[in-house]
Write a protein that binds this ligand. Sequence first.
Ligand code: FAD
Length: 294
Amino acid sequence: MSREYIQIQDFDLCQYNSFRIASNAKVVFFPYSTEGVRQLFLDLGDIKPVILGNGSNTIFSNDICTAPVIISSFLNKISFINNIISVGSGVSLSTLSWFALEKLRTGFEFLEDIPGSVGGALYMNAGTYNDCIGDKVHSALVYDYKARKILSIDKQQLSPFWGKRDSFFQHFPCFIISCQLEAYLTDSYEDILNRQLSIKQKRYLKQPRNYPSAGSVFKRPYVNGESYYVWKLIDEAGLRGYRIGDAQVSTKHPGFIVNVGNASGKNVVDLMNYCKKMIYQKYNIQLNEEWIIV
Ligand SMILES: Cc1cc2nc3c(=O)[nH]c(=O)nc-3n(C[C@H](O)[C@H](O)[C@H](O)COP(=O)(O)OP(=O)(O)OC[C@H]3O[C@@H](n4cnc5c(N)ncnc54)[C@H](O)[C@@H]3O)c2cc1C
C-alpha cells in the first residue's frame, strides 16, 4: 500500500520556525491525510518524534535535530457545515480567521494575527487576553500514541484542561489531525473585518514585528496571588536590549526576545536563562517560559 506521507532527509528547519534558527533535521515527514498519519506512526514504532506546526512557539536549541520531525502543514483542509468549521491541524490561524469572515462567523478575529497552526494553537490553547481557541473547540481527531489508534476527543473530555496556555494535549500526548470548531455566532462582514484589522494594528504597534521571534518568552508569574508584567520586570532589571550573540531582548517590547541577525538556538536559550537568573536574583520571582524548547 502506498504511503500517504512525504519523507525528506537532511532538512533545513530555518523556514519552519518563526525565530529563523538554522537547525538541520536528519529526517522530516509531512503526512497529508488521516491515513498518512496512521501509517507514519505505525512505521515509526517506538521512536519519539518532534511535532511541528508553524514553529512559532518552538525553539530549536541545537544545530542538529536528531529526532524525526513531523510537520503538519499538508493537513490543510477546511470546510463549514451546520455551524461547525472542520479544520486540519496544519491550517494557519490566519487562514482560519479569514475563512470564518467569509462565512460571516464572528469569534475568530483574535486568531488572525497569531502566527501559528491550528494544531499548535490547540496544544498551547493560544489566545489573547480575552479569548482563547479552547472556547471554540467542539471535538478533535487525534492519533493516540498509547492506544496506537485514531480517536475522536469530545468537548466534555477537553473542557477541564483548557487553561492559560494549557490543554488536554499537554497531559495526554497525541498527534492532532483535525478539529471541529463551533461557529454559531454571526455578524456583518464589515464589523468582523474591522475587529480583525484593529486587533492586528494594536499588536503590530506593540510587538517587535520587524525581527523574527517566537512570541512572548515567559508566562506571566503569579506570586502570593499577585500577577506581574514580565516586560516590566525585565525592563526594570536593566535587560531591555541585552544581547547574547544575535539574540536580543527586544528594545521595543522586553517581553520578547528577537533574532537581530543569525542567532543560534544556543544564543536564544542562553539569553532566556540569563533573564530568568537575573529576575530571580533581583525579585525572587521564578519565570517559566511559554516556549517549547527542542
Ligand atoms: C509574533 C508572535 C506573536 C504571537 N502572539 C501570540 C498570542 O497572542 N497568543 C498566543 O497564544 N501565542 C502567540 N504566539 C505564539 C504562537 O504563535 C502560538 O503559541 C501558536 O499557537 C503556536 O502554533 P504553532 O503551530 O506555531 O506551534 P509550534 O511552535 O509548531 O508547536 C507548539 C507546540 O505544539 C505542538 N504541536 C504543534 N502541532 C501539533 C499537532 N498537530 N499535534 C500535537 N501537537 C502539536 C508542538 O509539538 C509544540 O509542543 C506568538 C508568536 C509570535 C512569533
